[in-house]
Write a protein that binds this ligand. Structure first.
Ligand SMILES: Cc1cc2nc3c(=O)[nH]c(=O)nc-3n(C[C@H](O)[C@H](O)[C@H](O)COP(=O)(O)O)c2cc1C
Length: 316
């Protein structure tokens, strides 16, 4: 058995402890169901959805898979309370939360039978989430694509593992079997991948987005938005250069937001990879092909076995 620690697979009722990160404007029923069907936990991103749209996504996901899946709720969204109510009434098996404190919603979700898994960027927050009743935490390092914290996965995961007893799922900078082994070595018992799943056949992100990612190196994802308090990692382009210029000259929050707003939608839906926000993590450097989700899983399992042989983890 490759994964000896079964806490994550048992918690979610899945085959492999591999989650697909919620990605606003991108991770819809097609990607989520493909990941769940491959044995992981697919996650619908609700960040850009109305409750009615989310309800449709949940129904479509259920048409495509009978396996467990999750919904990601960005708690800063003004409609987060309605989305949480919907998730409860639809009995979605798992909720992952980003951008905020899910504390006020945890007891409601748990009494509806929903597993609650907050994304955390520090050990202190992980501890608070455990006390508030979270079932597991996702420790996401700043190598990740999208909104990020300040600590790398390498330093964050062991810091979190040392202070909580609930399962820790590592995210940020993981895209193959080597990354999975590294995360397990740090004490995580599961992983969450975002950037890798962008370049899959089932991912409906615009083709231009996938192509830009395939030709990018680890130096291309840059951080903008530190002045807003919500830094974002996205591939360097005309948009990030404009945003960097506003930050360099000490421009205002409003000025920054005027340029940034709608950026992910422009890139993901319209394919504007020059003036849109092509959010991606540093691990884009090893994402060199577009393949079916099932092949991503197959390759990861093979790479895990190969890595264990190389480092002496198994005989043969
Ligand atoms: C394009 C993109 C959009 C994202 N949107 C969200 C989101 O809506 N909610 C969230 O909690 N995390 C979001 N993330 C973070 C992912 O869920 C995941 O944790 C992260 O991508 C893992 O790091 P990796 O990119 O190195 O694999 C996003 C990431 C990317 C690349």
């Amino acid at each position: 058995m490759i994964f000896k620690d079964q806490r994550v697979t048992e918690l979610f009722g899945i085959e492999y402890p591999i989650l697909q990160g919620g990605m606003a404007w991108i991770s819809d029923h097609e990607l989520a169901s493909a990941v769940s069907n491959a044995g992981g936990l697919g996650v619908i991103a609700a960040g850009n959805l109305s409750p009615e749209e989310l309800e449709m996504e949940i129904e479509k996901t259920r048409e495509l898979t009978s396996r467990p899946f999750g919904v990601n709720v960005m708690l800063l969204s003004p409609n987060a309370p309605e989305l949480i109510d919907l998730v409860c009434s639809k009995r979605v098996p798992v909720v992952t939360t980003g951008a905020g404190n899910p504390g006020p919603y945890i007891s409601k979700l748990k009494s509806a039978g929903v597993r609650v898994v907050p994304v955390v960027a520090s050990a202190g927050l992980a501890r608070r989430m455990e006390k508030a009743g979270a079932d597991a935490v996702i420790a996401e390092g700043m190598e990740a694509g999208g909104h990020i914290g300040k600590v790398t996965t390498m330093a964050l995961v062991p810091a979190v593992v040392d202070v909580v007893s609930i399962p820790v799922i590592a995210a940020g900078g993981i895209a193959d079997g080597r990354g999975v082994i590294a995360a397990l070595a740090l004490g995580a018992c599961g992983v969450q991948l975002g950037t890798r799943f962008l370049c899959t056949e089932e991912c409906t992100v615009h083709l231009n987005y996938k192509e830009k990612l395939l030709s990018s190196s680890e130096l291309d994802p840059v951080i903008t938005g530190t002045i807003t308090g919500h830094p974002v990692r996205a591939l360097r382009n005309s948009l990030t250069r404009k945003l960097e210029e506003v930050e360099r000259r000490g421009g205002t929050f409003e000025e920054f937001e005027m340029i940034a707003v709608g950026g992910l939608r422009r890139a993901a839906k319209e394919g504007d990879v020059k003036d849109g926000s092509v959010m991606a993590g540093q691990i884009c450097a090893i994402v060199r092909d577009v393949k079916p989700v099932s092949k991503v899983f197959k390759d990861i399992i093979n790479e895990i076995e190969e890595t264990l042989r190389r480092i002496g983890g198994v005989e043969g």
